[in-house]
Design a protein. Structure first.
Length: 68
């Protein structure tokens, strides 16, 4: 195990940070491209799905690393 004790707060902070990064990327993409409503909606939905996936990946990796 690592030197530090497992922290649920650290896990939540990093998982939400990953989600915010993905959503910020989707927002920047919409702002730069200025697509129509349909394409903008698809980009926004992809951002939400990507944010959920990023939270899952980060939390799974951190938990597996800690329980190893």
């Amino acid at each position: 195990m690592s030197d530090r004790e497992f922290s649920l707060g650290r896990l939540a902070f990093r998982a939400l940070g990953a989600a915010v990064a993905v959503l910020a990327l989707a927002t920047a993409l919409i702002a730069v491209l200025q697509p129509g409503p349909g394409v903008g909606l698809v980009i926004a939905l992809a951002g939400v799905v990507g944010a959920i996936a990023a939270m899952g990946v980060v939390s799974t990796r951190m938990t597996r690393k800690e329980l190893r």
